[in-house]
Ligand binder design. Structure first.
Ligand SMILES: Cc1cc2nc3c(=O)[nH]c(=O)nc-3n(C[C@H](O)[C@H](O)[C@H](O)COP(=O)(O)OP(=O)(O)OC[C@H]3O[C@@H](n4cnc5c(N)ncnc54)[C@H](O)[C@@H]3O)c2cc1C
Length: 363
């Protein structure tokens, strides 16, 4: 068999596939990457860009260039639907692309969690490229000290990293972090204590176990009825599935594409999915870049095996993993299970890991 493999989205998983199919081409097959942007941003270094530790370009992977370097076709387009019977990918604006095998790595969006005014007045942290553009515009429009009061909604790692990066950048702004549940709910007590201490030391007001009910232009309303001034409200509220996936007819799990341990969708053997947009039924994991990165090698191997008519191998993502959280001022916290360490050297380790990963895809 020969044909065309279409990779939709240039996320953390698919950049590996570009490299893998470039280094060891599948004889008789063409590989095409479809992305709405020529460049993709690496989320792990976003807090570092906000804090001013990195230039914006430092976290970008030039997908067009990466594809050219590995002999992979590239098409600048946004997928909006799939005709599974005709094996066609529908594109925004009316075009379509024929495929034999399809793989989806289109990421996730920031969840609005039913918060009134979130779409109109909130600034989602995903996609991260848009976040950085809009944040920069907002900060420069407010002058050197930035907006007077910024609220970050979400008490997970992304919300905490962003609020502490903002503190690093905007020394005199009033910063608040609002979390519907306890801060870092899935983390060990030691890490949570440490982070609470850092937030207090860096003058971030924390509202824990307090949901945001509504976001307005200059204030937010909490579930208990209190109103807080907020010139800018960021949404770090967890991952939501891209809406267009619901129209594909593929089986979904909470809106995300339900896949088998082979990363093959439950509904169509010729369609695979990985990263935030997919959920492995029976091996559900948090929506984190670490899993998207690790899905690269098994996805490449199984797409290759399927194209060649060989049996596929199941993949089970690890249950515990190293979390690295930047806490501002070139400090970071590392945790795995109940164990955690913090300090400048942890930030240097995170910096080294992030840069090493990016270097692989920067030609
Ligand atoms: C501020 C922040 C910090 C984070 N830090 C960490 C961290 O330190 N460690 C960690 O493990 N996780 C972290 N995360 C989570 C991490 O960002 C995600 O889990 C990760 O990006 C998922 O990778 P992905 O490949 O699924 O998607 P993404 O990296 O989001 O890539 C998706 C790609 O698909 C493209 N795309 C989207 N829609 C379409 C479409 N319709 N058609 C074609 N292409 C499309 C996009 O342009 C994008 O290039 C962080 C998240 C945020 C917001």
């Amino acid at each position: 068999m020969a044909g065309r493999i279409v990779l939709v989205g240039g996320g953390h998983t698919h950049v590996h596939l570009v490299e893998a199919f470039g280094k060891a081409p599948l004889v008789g097959w063409r590989v095409l990457l479809v992305s709405p942007e020529p460049k993709t941003a690496y989320s792990g270094m976003v807090p570092g860009v906000i804090a001013g530790h990195y230039r914006r370009e430092a976290l970008e992977i030039d997908l067009e260039r990466l594809c050219a370097a590995y002999g992979i076709d590239f098409r600048l387009a946004r997928a909006v639907g799939i005709d599974r019977t005709g094996k066609r990918l529908h594109l925004e604006g009316g075009g379509e692309i024929c495929y034999d095998l399809l793989s989806l790595d289109v990421g996730s969006a920031s969840a609005t969690n039913g918060i009134a005014g979130a779409v109109e007045h909130g600034l989602p942290v995903k996609p991260v490229g848009d976040l950085l553009d809009r944040l920069e515009t907002h900060i420069s429009s407010k002058g050197r000290d930035g907006p007077e009061r910024i609220t970050v909604v979400g008490g997970g790692p992304a919300g905490i990293e962003i609020v502490l990066a903002l503190r690093q950048r905007l020394a005199s702004a009033s910063l608040a972090l609002v979390s519907a549940g306890p801060l870092l709910e899935a983390h060990p007590p030691g890490v949570r204590r440490h982070i609470r201490h850092v937030l207090a030391r860096r003058a971030v007001d924390v509202e824990e176990s307090q949901a945001v009910a509504a976001i307005g232009q200059t204030e937010i309303e909490l579930a208990d009825g209190r109103r807080l001034e907020s010139d800018l409200t960021l949404l770090a509220t967890g991952a939501a599935a891209p809406a267009w996936l619901a129209q594909t007819g593929l089986r979904l799990a909470n809106g995300f594409i339900a896949v088998q341990p082979t990363l093959q969708t439950m509904s169509d053997p010729d369609i695979f999915a990985a990263g935030d947009c997919a959920t492995i039924v029976g091996s559900e994991r948090p929506k984190a870049g670490v899993f998207a990165v690790r899905a690269g090698p098994p996805l490449a191997a199984n797409l290759r095996a399927h194209a060649q008519g060989r049996p596929l191998r199941p993949w089970s993502p690890q249950e515990t993993y190293l979390t690295l959280m930047a806490t501002g001022g070139r400090h970071a916290v590392a945790s795995r299970g109940a164990f955690f360490v913090a300090g400048h050297w942890v930030w240097r380790l995170k910096d080294w890991i992030d840069r090493s990963w990016l270097r692989r895809y920067t030609c």
